[in-house]
Design a protein around this ligand. Structure first.
Ligand SMILES: Cc1ncc(COP(=O)(O)O)c(C=O)c1O
Length: 352
């Protein structure tokens, strides 16, 4: 299934590139780490945003919709991506935002409106009903017909799109053992894990067991239930090849602590990639911690999915190689840590 051709903007870059990360800490345990650069799929729809939206755009077009409506917090990547998708693929978009309106708009909401999104606000109490059909009926009475995307974009079509990520990984990294992703709502992990078993849309049935590890970026311990429910709703079954790692959320959603900041700065110095701290850095810290303490078995081949926008620094080689190697496996080397770049501080909101 392919969504209709973009009205403007680049065509998504698929399969996304894979680049090997050379780091002596991993080499000491004979662990290979490959970065799956989903952040390079599309400048406005990076990472899991494209994977989650692609099948939904197709379904919206097939059902004759011309408007997308979705929900999110004021700093939601999903709101921004839905607005961009609307602009590039020719849909009007409505963003239902949790909380009060604040002027001037923050950069995320300003970008969403620049893409043409109409914003409307629900106070936190009413926003809790975001999945309630009665609320959707009221929204339809007000805005007319629309294609509904849930908060975070995680519905069965999104999960199916994320299963295709597994298909790419199995082709690009035939000896893959483990794939890591950050977990917010669970849709990306649900699709990835199912795809690694051959469920969903993976092109070939894998010949060896592959596991997916989701790294929780928020606290609560409810994520395994969410992942299982999404797999059940999408595939009619729950796979057993995944786990959710807690203990790396640095205090909760959009929270950071000194350990995480130090990791980000050190990683940027070694590898020239400034990791998105809300999602990707928490996952990457889990990979290095679990490699070090033996939770990742020695001699494993591991993929870390870069699900969100990361910035290249001028100190390393990771992105330069990956950026030039669509669909290929490139390489990137580490450097001794010198003067770490201070991590960028993003906005302190707390939802998808
Ligand atoms: C950059 C990034 N990575 C990972 C995730 C987590 O994905 P999911 O909500 O499917 O668990 C999100 C949220 O959508 C995200 O914005």
């Amino acid at each position: 299934m392919n969504p209709r051709t973009p009205r403007d903007g680049p065509v998504p870059r698929l399969p996304s590139p894979v680049v090997e990360l050379h780091d002596h800490r991993l080499a000491a345990r004979s662990i290979r780490l490959l970065l799956k650069r989903d952040d390079l799929i599309h400048p406005d729809l990076p990472g899991n945003k494209w994977r989650k939206l692609a099948h939904n755009l197709t379904a919206a077009a097939a059902a004759g919709h011309d408007t997308l409506l979705t929900f999110g917090g004021a700093y939601s990547n999903h709101i921004a991506a839905t607005a961009a998708a609307g602009r590039h693929y020719g849909y009007a978009t409505i963003g239902v935002i949790r909380g009060e309106e604040h002027q001037p708009l923050n950069p995320v909401l300003a970008a969403a409106t620049a893409h043409g999104m109409h914003l409307t606000y629900l106070d936190r109490t009413r926003y809790r009903n975001r999945a309630d059909p009665a609320l959707h009926t009221r929204l339809r009475a007000h805005f007319g017909r629309f294609y509904l995307l849930p908060e975070g974009g995680s519905n069965p079509l999104a999960v199916t799109g994320c299963a295709q990520l597994a298909g790419e990984l199995l082709t690009q990294i035939p000896d893959l053992d483990l794939a890591y992703v950050p977990v917010g709502t669970g849709g990306t992990l649900a699709g990835l894990a199912a795809g690694l078993t051959g469920t969903g849309t993976a092109p070939t049935a894998p010949t060896r067991p592959r596991r997916a590890v989701g790294v929780a970026v928020l606290r609560g311990g409810f994520l395994p239930g969410e992942v299982a429910a999404l797999q059940q709703a999408t595939f009619g079954a729950v796979t057993t090849n995944w786990t959710v790692a807690d203990g790396f959320h640095a205090g909760g959603y959009a929270r950071r602590d000194r350990t995480l900041d130090t990791f980000i700065a050190d990683f940027a110095t070694r590898h020239g990639l400034l990791l998105d701290w809300v999602y990707v850095a928490k996952m990457m810290r889990a990979v290095f911690t679990m490699a070090d303490d033996g939770r990742i078995p020695a001699a494993s081949t591991v993929a870390a999915v870069i699900t969100g926008r990361c910035e290249t620094t001028d100190t390393g080689t990771a992105t330069g190689t990956a950026g030039d190697a669509a669909g290929d496996t490139g390489t990137a080397g580490d450097r001794a840590p010198t003067d770490p770049h201070p991590p960028r501080h993003a906005a302190p909101d707390n939802q998808q």
